[in-house]
Design a protein around this ligand. Structure first.
Ligand SMILES: Cc1cc2nc3c(=O)[nH]c(=O)nc-3n(C[C@H](O)[C@H](O)[C@H](O)COP(=O)(O)OP(=O)(O)OC[C@H]3O[C@@H](n4cnc5c(N)ncnc54)[C@H](O)[C@@H]3O)c2cc1C
Length: 508
């Protein structure tokens, strides 16, 4: 071990590692494992204490959007326990072209083509690679519907792009990745926030750790994987706009954008949708910042069966535009735009049994008639009745199918259209869940090439600097298909880790 203290800076220097990875979420841990596989001596630096390790990845639902050939290509990956659902659910193939189309539509075509292609093309093999490193996988049974509520003899079609998740969701994913990191004897230093990059021109020589009473330096080829700036209210206000300072944060409190800022200070190029973010409907009583005891269980994604109304009892989105996993990530922003960043989801007895199991973490407001419900909610009874009546009058008679886009639409005058699942709200008891906006992660980030090397403001690759995960930009704009965040971090984590190891070993 070689550790020195320089007279000039008074900093302690650690130069016994080939590769330093900043951030111990999914993206960083995958990068660390990939670098270790290729023979590098790896150090992971994590700002959080050990008890809060794992970043947003640990809070996540663990869904990995990967291209596949249907159930036959998922069965070899999933646990035995999950495989018991294989005859109760179906999974259609999810070819790369469909993945690309859904991805491109979500980002309105602004996503970088090369980066997107890399994510999609390497998604399945990355999941296999993670399985080889001990990550357990399962079907997403139980996410959208309680499996016990699938009627006997019926087969429930999982959304093909969102059919696979890490076993035990984000908590299981992080447990499995840390088990692999520990097995590989990779060092992890907690309480080690990185505040600066060590630069020689555009070449990165390592990073500075800000301790409570001094600084230390790690000299190594660097992989940045320290998340976005969603937990930083000042940066949210600056980049996302007025009102975003006050939204609730769904995940870790440590994604403060400090490494993003340090990298840009060092000359790295920002790219992508800095004014955009992934934000979803969450329970209005959710904590201000993510709580590991509830992880993602405050999310409220059954609104396609509901009317989503603001405090004036007005509808403001097409609740049934598409499958919820293609709309939820932009719906938080729509809620944030309403008075008090507040709205409510109104269900009636015909659909209230279809709510995602995680609605059980909330307390519904229930009444047998709309005026009473309005009184309990503190909204205008007349406005609520008017909106619901106008909506009901526009509903047709087609067949409601909760599990596929049923084309049952309504176009009430003066209200947004509801493209699918448009049934009358007319059967007591009426059930309401108040919601607000919860930010998940930010879309703007560092510019990387399709091998995860960071570019500088003159568009040149920065030697010694690689990046992956939420901290990179150019992948998502405006919206997002569920499960694409973790897979982006993992695909580029492998590239970053392998690239950093190759660079370090070539220089040694
Ligand atoms: C509630 C919730 C549910 C989600 N569900 C899904 C899902 O099902 N599927 C999906 O694909 N995505 C999901 N996401 C998004 C997904 O979690 C992120 O896209 C992904 O975890 C990002 O991984 P990452 O490794 O880049 O960042 P993170 O996992 O956030 O890791 C970044 C790490 O960097 C550390 N760090 C920050 N600053 C510093 C610093 N200065 N120095 C050192 N370390 C630092 C942080 O502490 C953190 O540990 C969800 C997110 C949330 C919050």
């Amino acid at each position: 071990m070689s550790e020195r203290t320089t007279v000039e800076s008074g900093s302690r220097i650690h130069d016994q590692y080939d590769v330093v990875v900043v951030g111990a979420g999914n993206a960083g841990l995958v990068a660390a494992l990939a670098a270790n596989d290729d023979g590098a001596r790896v150090l992971v630096l994590e700002a959080a204490p050990e008890a809060e390790r794992g970043g947003n990845s640990r809070f996540s639902g663990g869904i990995f959007r990967c291209a596949h050939n249907g159930m036959e290509s998922l069965l070899p990956l999933i646990t035995k326990e999950s495989a018991r659902w294989a005859d109760r659910v179906s999974v259609a193939p999810y070819p790369a072209e469909v993945y690309k189309a859904e991805y491109d539509q979500s980002s309105l075509g602004r996503n970088d083509e090369g980066l997107t292609a890399r994510v999609i093309d390497e998604s399945y093999e990355t999941v296999q690679w993670m399985a080889d490193h001990g990550v357990r996988w399962e079907l997403t049974v139980g996410k959208l519907i309680d499996p016990d509520k699938i009627p006997e003899g019926e087969v429930y079609a999982l959304p093909p792009g969102g059919a696979l998740r890490a076993a035990d969701e984000g908590v299981g994913l992080i447990d499995d990745l840390f088990a692999a990191v520990e097995k590989a004897n990779i060092d992890v230093w907690y309480d080690s926030p990185v505040s600066e990059l060590l630069m020689e021109g555009s070449t990165c020589r390592g990073v500075v750790i800000q301790g409570t009473s001094g600084f230390s330096e790690v000299h190594a080829v660097t992989v940045l994987a320290a998340g976005g700036f969603e937990a930083n209210s000042e940066m949210r206000q600056r980049w996302l706009g007025p009102g975003w300072d006050l939204v609730k944060v769904r995940g870790t409190r440590f994604n403060m954008g400090a490494v993003l800022n340090a990298a840009m200070e060092a000359g790295a190029k920002p790219v992508g949708h800095w004014g955009g973010c992934h934000a979803v409907p969450i329970d209005a009583s959710a904590p201000d910042v993510g709580d590991l005891r509830v992880t993602d269980k405050m999310s409220r994604y059954s609104y396609p069966y509901a009317l989503l109304l603001n405090s004036d009892c007005e509808r403001f989105v097409d609740e049934g535009e598409k499958h919820v996993w293609l709309t939820y990530a932009k719906t938080g922003a729509a809620i944030r735009g309403q008075t008090g960043a507040w709205a409510f989801q109104l269900f009636d007895a015909k659909t209230s049994h279809l709510l995602e199991p995680r609605y059980s973490t909330g307390t519904p407001i229930v009444a047998d008639d709309l005026p009473t419900l309005a009184g309990l909610l503190g909204v205008s009874p007349a406005a609520l009745v008017d909106t619901v009546n106008a909506f009901n009058a526009a509903c047709g008679d087609g067949e409601f199918d909760p599990f596929s886009m049923d084309g049952l639409s309504a176009a009430p005058a003066g209200q947004p259209v509801k493209s699918n699942w448009a049934q009358k709200i007319d059967t007591a008891p009426y059930v309401v869940y108040p919601v607000t906006c919860g930010i998940t992660f930010t879309y703007g980030g560092l510019d990387v090439d399709d091998t995860a090397r960071v570019k500088d403001v003159a568009d040149r690759v920065m030697p010694g600097l690689h990046a992956t995960g939420e901290l990179t930009g150019g992948f998502f704009y405006h919206n997002y298909p569920a499960g694409a965040g973790l897979v982006r971090g993992a695909v580029f984590g492998r590239l970053a880790g392998a690239g950093a190891a190759a660079e370090a070993l070539a220089a040694s």
